[in-house]
Design a protein around this ligand. Sequence first.
Ligand code: SAM
Length: 190
Amino acid sequence: MRKARVFVGLLHYPMYNKHGAAITTSVTNLDVHDIARAARTYDVDQFIIVHPSPKQQEILELITSYWQQGYGRVYNADRNEALQRVTLCATLAAAQDMITERTGMEPKLVATDAGIYPGAVSYTDMKNRLREPGCYLILFGTGWGMQRELVESCDYILPPLGLVSDYNHLSVRSAAAIIMDRLLGEEWFR
Ligand code: SAM
């Protein structure tokens, strides 16, 4: 049984675009809903959407408030329950501060990426770490993935999923669900 506090973060900057340049990606409504539902399913403490743009934060506020307080709350209570755990921050540092304030522990950052990084920890190792008391923020990117410097600045890096074919283009929604199941789900393999 997991003893650690676990948070999931979806970042929109600094991301790569298809040319390898640093960009800020736009919010995708699907990401908000699908990852919020997966985060609630695996009882993640909070799903934190990080976006530096005030305009994009307005859009996020519209989406989340519709389902948290608006008609969506009544129309679909299950979706409301998932969206209740969504919160917004302008920067990763602000998300870390919020988690520290909430838990009394500074979160360890766990990066995910479709690329291979030296020093990556196995999913088994990370799953075992979550069995012990602690606090972790699992980071997911958008666009063509998080900038290398950001990934390498994290406390842990998880290996890429898949690698069983020559195709490696999971959506962040799919990757987040798979990784949450591996780290937080039942031990189906036993
Ligand atoms: N090629 C990009 C990359 O290198 O991650 C795909 C980006 S994908 C659209 C957005 C996010 O989904 C990534 O930043 C990562 O968090 C997650 N992701 C996508 N494919 C993944 C994989 N095979 N393994 C782990 N995470 C993955």
